[in-house]
Design a protein around this ligand. Structure first.
Ligand code: GMT
Length: 375
C-alpha cells in the first residue's frame, strides 16, 4: 500500500512511534510517505520505500502565527494526488487530524476520491492540550470525521470517551518497541566513564515538561544516593531542566548526575543502566519505559494513566501514587541492595517487553489499513 504518515518529527513519543511504524511498514514492502516540517529524528536509515515530504511554511510580515495547518493540508493534498496514496495515518490529533480532514475534502473536490484518514491519539492531544476549550470543538470534530481512530492504551481510550463527545469506535493499538534494537550488550568503556567504580546507574528520559515531574527524579535519586553509591543520567531537554539542575545542586548530589541532553542512541545508554525512573503526573502509555524494559531496566514509575498497562507492579518494577517520592525511593533502595532480585526483575521487564515487540503490533495497524484497501 502507499501510506502517508503525518507526525511531529521531534524526540516526543508520538513522533518516535510514528517513525518506527513507517520504517517497519517500509521493510514489509509498503511505500511510506512522511509528511512533516522536519526530517523525523528516528528517520536515520535509507530505504527505497521511504519518502520524506517537508512542509514549508512561508512567512509574511502580517503573520504573527504562520499558518502551519494550512501548509500541512496543502502538502497532504499534493502528496495524496501526486503519489496516489491509499490512506493517511496521522499521529497526534492536533493539528494533524483537522489538517487531514481539510485535505480529504480538497482531494474529493479535485479528483473525486475519498482518501481514508486514520487518526492515532497519543496522550497530551487528549488529556492536556485537546481538552482546552480553545481546541476542543475542532479536536472533537476531526476525531469523529476520521475513518478509523486508534489510541495507544486502554486508559487513553477511556479518557477520550470521558472528555470528548466521540461517536465512533476507538481501537486500542498499543505502542511497540523493536526488541532487537534495545537488547544490546553494554559498552564497557562507556559504563566506566559514567560509573568508574561500578556504581549502579539510574536513568530518566523525557521532554522535561511539568507533567514529567523531573524534580521527583532528583529527589528519589537523592534518597538512593544517601544509601549507596549510584549515578543518574538525565536524558532529554525541556522547560524543567534548569529547575532540576538547581535542585541537584541544592541537595549536594550534582556530582553524581549527568544531564546529557537529547540523545539519539538511547539503546546505548539503556544498555549500561539498571533502573529507569518515570514519576510522571500522567502518561497515556510511557513509551520511554517500554524501551527501558526492552533494554532490561527495572522501571520505577507512578501508577498514572496507562503506566500500569506497561509496568507490572512487583514484576517488572514498582508503581506508586503521583508524588510519593518516599515509596519510589524505598523500592529503588531495596532493589539496588539485592542483586538477585534486581537481576530477576530485569529479566521480567525484558520478558514483558517482548509482548510489545514491533513484530506483534504492526500487523494490527496493517489490519486496520486493509479495511480501506482499494479494490
Ligand atoms: O510525553 C509527551 O508529552 C510527548 C507525547 C508525544 O506525543 O510525543 O507522548 C505521549 O505519547 C507517547 C507515545 O504514544 C506516550 O508513550 C506518552 O505516554 C504520551 N505522553 C503523555 O501522555 C504525557
Amino acid at each position: 500500500m502507499r501510506i502517508g504518515i503525518v507526525c511531529y518529527p521531534t524526540f516526543g513519543g508520538s513522533g518516535v512511534l510514528a517513525t518506527e511504524l513507517g520504517k517497519a511498514l517500509a521493510d514489509k514492502g509498503h511505500q511510506v510517505h512522511f509528511i512533516t516540517y522536519q526530517q523525523p529524528v528516528r528517520l536515520n536509515v535509507f530505504n527505497t520505500n521511504i519518502f520524506y515530504h517537508e512542509v514549508r511554511v512561508p512567512t509574511y510580515p502580517l503573520f504573527d502565527y504562520p499558518p502551519y495547518e494550512i501548509a500541512l493540508a496543502s502538502t497532504m493534498v499534493d502528496v495524496i494526488i501526486n503519489h496516489d496514496l491509499d490512506l493517511l495515518h496521522v499521529h497526534y490529533a492536533i493539528p494533524h487530524a483537522s489538517a487531514a480532514y481539510m485535505a480529504k475534502q480538497i482531494v474529493k473536490k479535485k479528483i473525486g476520491r475519498e482518501i481514508p484518514v486514520i487518526t492515532t491519539l497519543h496522550g497530551t492531544d487528549i488529556t492536556l492540550v485537546g481538552r482546552d476549550k480553545t481546541y476542543e470543538p475542532v479536536v472533537t470534530f476531526s476525531i469523529n470525521e476520521s475513518d478509523a481512530i486508534t489510541a495507544v492504551s486502554e486508559n487513553l481510550r477511556e479518557e477520550t470517551y470521558k472528555n470528548f463527545d466521540i461517536v465512533k469506535d476507538i481501537s486500542v493499538v498499543t505502542n511497540f518497541v523493536d526488541i532487537s534494537r534495545f537488547d544490546k550488550k553494554p559498552i564497557d568503556a562507556f559504563k566506566k566513564v559514567i560509573a568508574p567504580n561500578g556504581e549502579k546507574i539510574l536513568v530518566h528520559a523525557s521532554n522535561f515538561r511539568k507533567v514529567k515531574r523531573v524534580n521527583d527524579v532528583i529527589k528519589v535519586f537523592s534518597e538512593v544516593r544517601a544509601f549507596l553509591p549510584a549515578k543518574l543520567l538525565m536524558v532529554g531537554d525541556g522547560p524543567e531542566r534548569s529547575s532540576a539542575e538547581e535542585l541537584a545542586r541544592l541537595l549536594g548530589i550534582a556530582e553524581d548526575i549527568r544531564f546529557v541532553g537529547k540523545q539519539e542512541q538511547m539503546e546505548e545508554i539503556l544498555a549500561v543502566s539498571d533502573l529507569f525512573l518515570l514519576p510522571s503526573e500522567y502518561e497515556s502509555f510511557g513509551l520511554a519505559a517500554l524501551e527501558a524494559m526492552a533494554a532490561k531496566n527495572v522501571v520505577i514509575s507512578t501508577n498514572a494513566g496507562g503506566l500500569p498497562e506497561v509496568n507490572v507492579q512487583g514484576k517488572t518494577g514498582f508503581l506508586a501514587n503521583v508524588g510519593d517520592v518516599a515509596a519510589m525511593s524505598d523500592f529503588a533502595i531495596s532493589l539496588l541492595k539485592n542483586e538477585d532480585l534486581l537481576s530477576q526483575m530485569k529479566t521480567n521487564a525484558y520478558e514483558h517487553a517482548l509482548n510489545f515487540d514491533i513484530s506483534r503490533i504492526v500487523p494490527h495497524y496493517e489490519a486496520i489499513y486493509k479495511q480501506f484497501c482499494r479494490m
